[in-house]
Ligand binder design. Structure first.
Ligand code: UDP
Length: 236
């Protein structure tokens, strides 16, 4: 576990946002993984995901409070969470301010097209240069199109680990771009699913709200979080 934690971004949320903005301006290439305990537990079983996460080219941020708490156990002090949903909103804001291009890939057809409408009305200078739903059969063909378009920002919402593996396997074909696997963020940002109310977020119980709304997540959540705690304790 130490190997992941060594890599996870340790600065504040605002510092990370500034770093991303600089990278957009300088047309750099970055791949960001928004991690929670489940991400790390899946990587422990999926060698390809583990390689992607530990690659020097990959930046990992703490999407969930479980990662911040875990860092306290391992004494490597990650300051705060940087939720993927908030990062997406920041990116829309920067694309509006800097007139940059975005490609959206993932979620249901109606969800991704609703999100395009949201971006067009709330961030009118941001340019959505293309989008595709996440249920098309040939996902590589979508990436081939993205490679041609060379967007400044590419958000992929296919769920973990598919989104990370698809980005990682194509990364070398791009010269620039901010690439992020954003899980269920399109559902929230399009207004199709409600995000946890502020009070839940403030006391770091967004995960509980999600479990209450979608109880089918409970089994996956508890089994990976219990394994996570055991693994952490073993390393202290
Ligand atoms: N999804 C998709 N194609 C698929 C499977 C999932 O586009 O074949 C989308 C799904 O509609 C949702 C997102 O991927 O918008 C995954 O969301 P989830 O909340 O499950 O993300 P995770 O918990 O894995 O981060």
């Amino acid at each position: 576990m130490q190997e992941y934690f060594k890599k996870i971004y340790k600065g504040t949320k605002n510092n990370f946002y500034n770093l991303i903005k600089e990278n957009i301006i300088n047309q750099n290439k970055i791949f960001i993984v928004t991690a929670n305990p489940e991400t790390l537990m899946i990587a422990e079983k999926n060698q390809n995901l583990k390689v992607a996460l530990l690659d020097d080219k990959t930046t990992i941020i703490a999407d969930g409070i479980g990662i911040v708490k875990g860092s306290k156990i391992l004494k490597c002090n990650i300051k705060e969470t940087i939720p993927g949903v908030d990062l997406c909103s920041k990116l829309f804001e920067y694309c509006h301010e800097l007139k940059k291009t975005i490609f959206l890939f993932g979620a249901k057809k109606e969800v991704v097209s609703k999100l395009v409408d949201v971006i067009n009305s709330n961030y009118p200078n941001a340019i959505v240069c293309g989008y595709e739903n996440g249920y098309v059969e040939n996902k590589q063909a979508v990436f081939d199109k993205i490679i041609e378009l060379k967007p400044d920002v590419v958000l992929v919402a296919l769920g973990i680990p598919d989104q990370e593996l698809l980005i990682y396997s194509n990364l070398d074909k791009f010269e620039k771009g901010i690439f992020i696997g954003v899980g269920g963020s399109f559902d929230v940002l399009s207004g199709s699913k409600r995000r946890a109310p502020k009070i839940f977020r403030k006391i770091h119980l967004e995960w509980l709200y999600r479990l209450l709304r979608e109880p089918k997540r409970c089994k996956r959540f508890f089994s990976s979080n219990i394994k996570y705690i055991f693994k952490l304790k073993k390393e202290v």
